[in-house]
Design a protein around this ligand. Structure first.
Ligand code: SOE
Length: 387
């Protein structure tokens, strides 16, 4: 079996999810290329060494610039904070490495465009990990839509809500600083909703948006986070430079309308990724907290029998799930990442492309940036005007 050597850069939450996926893919799926977990790269050498041992990476290193130049590495998996994505992806492309990069792709459209063009010019396979496309229920929704079961789509309603920073004493981590994250939930969460909307409904023509920061200052992270510095009587604080919530309405190229909500202040919502799609022949609804189910309304049903029905998307006929367990034995959040790795390896083996590619990542960023311009100017913005 041909092997491909993978190097992962970034060893926190996404590093874990990706490591699990690279390990699980050949165990559960018939992959033509076997991924070798070659190198794990992180800033803290002790933590990276522990990470490598735990997940089965052969080596642990601290300098990503050396990793992307190694002749024995085929794939670079980027799991760092957003501000590092561009530099790593450009270096990986320059060295002819295939690219598997976390979302959001970049800090802005200009960066994303440069990254996409570099990867294309290098002729490498490139993918941005909007993992939710490979949730079986969402992949099945895509099939229903493509088969015409929903008919003409009138509107999309997407909401992605979390609540992990409602405490004003939550420290000023990189996620809350524009130079590192680009934006708050508008990038972190709404990027998923925009990607799903583009995947399921179509391209976005124009947007109007409002971004809001509720807590504008927070304690600095580290030893003084949330404590009082001696003698000053006040914790050292820093300015929050990203949104805490972002609401957006959109018109799609195909005439459909869309509503998008994203927030990290929705108390009680831990990872509430939810959408509804309403069409001329039916409707769909998906809730990540019930991720093995798809709500489906079919207007061809006899009128007195019409209503949303719950499809348990766990049959072998459904996308991906047959490789895991028998019908009804549900799967979880981490399985989408494995499905992405499986499809990436297949694309690499067959010399085909995979979506969402960096091209999709670039188009996602274009929509997101148009929304920021709209929020800043108070006017509706055509996505095509973001260049
Ligand atoms: C934010 O907490 C986050 O980890 C996002 O960054 C991920 O993309 C999302 O899948 C889960 O929540």
């Amino acid at each position: 079996m041909k092997k491909v050597n993978v190097a992962i850069i970034g060893t926190k939450f996404m590093g874990k999810a990706h490591s699990n996926a690279w390990s699980q893919a050949p165990k559960f799926f018939d992959v033509g290329l076997t991924p070798v977990l070659k190198v794990a790269c992180g800033q803290d050498m002790d933590a990276t060494s522990d990470f490598a041992k735990n997940w089965g990476w052969e080596e642990s290193v601290g300098d990503w610039k050396k990793v992307v130049e190694r002749k024995d590495i085929d794939i670079i998996d980027v799991c760092t904070p957003t501000y590092l994505h561009k530099e790593i992806v450009l270096a990986a492309a320059k060295n002819g490495k295939h690219i598997f990069c976390e979302k959001p792709l970049a800090l802005n459209f200009t960066e994303a465009k440069e990254m996409y063009e570099a990867a294309e010019k290098a002729g490498v396979l490139h993918y941005v990990n909007h993992n939710y496309r490979r949730t079986p229920a969402i992949a099945f929704a895509k099939k229903l839509i493509d088969d015409g079961k929903i008919g003409q789509i009138f509107h999309w309603r997407g909401t992605y809500l979390q609540d992990w920073i409602t405490d004003p004493n939550f420290p000023l981590t990189w996620h809350l600083q524009k130079q590192f994250a680009g934006a708050g939930p508008h990038y972190d969460l709404n990027s998923h909703s925009v990607d799903l909307a583009r995947y399921l409904v179509g391209e976005v023509k124009s947007v109007s948006a409002m971004l809001k920061t509720f807590v504008t200052e927070r304690p600095l992270p580290g030893k003084d986070a949330g404590t009082f510095k001696s003698g000053t009587g006040a914790a050292e604080k820093g300015k929050v430079t990203v949104d805490d919530a972002a609401f957006m309405v959109a018109e799609f190229e195909n005439g459909a309308l869309g509503a998008f909500e994203s927030s990290r202040f929705a108390s009680g919502r831990k990872n509430f990724n939810y959408f509804e799609i309403y069409g001329s022949k039916g409707s769909l609804a998906f809730d990540l907290e019930r991720m093995n189910e798809l709500q489906y309304l079919n207007l061809d049903d006899p009128v007195d029998e019409q209503g949303f029905r719950t499809i348990l998307v766990t049959n072998s006929a459904h996308p991906y799930v047959g490789a895991w367990w028998p019908p009804g034995h549900i799967i979880g959040y981490e399985h989408e990442f494995t499905h992405a790795v499986v499809d990436f390896l297949a694309a690499l083996e067959n010399g085909t492309k995979i979506t969402p590619s960096l091209y999709d990542g670039m188009l996602d960023m274009q929509v997101l940036e148009a929304a920021i311009v709209s929020s800043d100017t108070g006017r509706r913005v055509n996505v095509a005007d973001i260049k």
